[in-house]
Design a protein around this ligand. Sequence first.
Ligand code: ATP
Ligand code: MG
Length: 444
Amino acid sequence: MESTAIKIVKTFWEAGFEAYFAGGSVRDLLMGHEPKDYDIATSATPDEIEKIVDEMHLESKTIPIGKQFGVILGIVHGHEFEIATFRSDSSSSDGRRPDAVMFTSAKEDALRRDFTINGLFYDPLKKEVLDFVEGQKDIQKKLMRFIGEPHERIKEDHLRLLRAIRFRNKFGFKYHPTTEKAVQDLAHLVKDVSKERIADELNKMMLHPSRARAMRELIELGLMEELVPELLQGEGVEQPIQYHQEGDVLDHLLKALHDLPDEWASIELCWAVFLHDIGKPATFELAPDRIRFDGHAEMSAQIAKKILKRLKFPKAMITKIAWLIDHHMTIALIPKMKRVHRVNLFLHPWFEDLMRLHWCDEHGSIPIDLSLYEEIMKDYEAFKNEKLLEDHYSPKLNGKEIMELTGLKPGPKIQKVLNALREAQIEGEVATKEDAEGFVRGLA
Ligand code: ATP
Ligand code: MG
């Protein structure tokens, strides 16, 4: 992809225009990370961009994805590149999107960008960085700093509040003091950002290993109050000391999220871990023996649903997250369950994530006790091996055989018999086809 990007830049120079890699890819290259995409900025106008790319003859084509803002998508060699005319945004009136853009110079284009580390250009032909904003110095100093006056830059576009926190945590940088102060001062403006974009930024933070630190910072800088105020109710809510020496409910949620192994991280599991006890404050009870949170799993699932709906998460995602939270206390019952119920859980497509949630829940607690996790996983692994050897959990008779044996007509009753047969097999009451026939006759 990089060599294709270089080819594009070269073509623009040969046609008489300036062209550079811009923004995130330059930052990533300078930090020694592999860019996930290459945006290109150029002095060519959108019409000229289309003409140049269309004439590259590299199975190339263009899509005018944001032509009025100067942005053309170029597809070259099967790779996508956002190619944009140097522009400056005239400031926005609603803190969301610019009212108009003006086509300008590379320098003006650098100055409209959000952070110094995102404001760099790179000429891959001369191997030269174009730096109008001291971005290279800030990368070296590991400093997150707005280009220009931070309060002004946030007021122009409130999404930058979330971008500041996301990038700082992703790279493990420090804030420049005025940048941090502006984020804190203007944190309340985040409520004007569209719910979809908020969710998108939060999910990007969740998918990075720095997720717990980013969530803590959203709390500390005052954004969480606007985004998920329900979480703050966990602050200062005590938990039974014999199980929870880590601190209050909020500390427990953050520690659980912190300890989540990155290879398990999916949007659903991250949110399930982060919200799994959000119903504890509402179910807190000082019983004679100890602090109790009876029914907190169900309550947490309800509150999580409300939060995620508000953030406009897709329905399927909400369903899964709420299911995981709703079931996180049933894990304690698994070892004593009837085998058929246990196996039904083992076969559930979300069972492994449920166990991961339990693992994180334990890791969120001090002392950590993984004995239940290990006991269930041992049983589960054995079950998986058994299932590989022989699939003795699918019914030993089919619908047609059942109809012949019982005289039943096609209909929902057949499915009931099949389910009963399967359960009897799992419980060990039916081992052979003859057993199965006897069992089914017995039902009639
Ligand atoms: P990522 O790796 O997350 O994609 P990125 O830096 O490429 O990081 P993008 O959101 O893809 O981020 O944006 C590309 C570039 O456009 C940024 O590097 C920045 O220069 C500029 N930019 C994006 N969003 C904004 C914004 N809200 N305000 C100012 N500049 C922005
Ligand atoms: Mg990008």
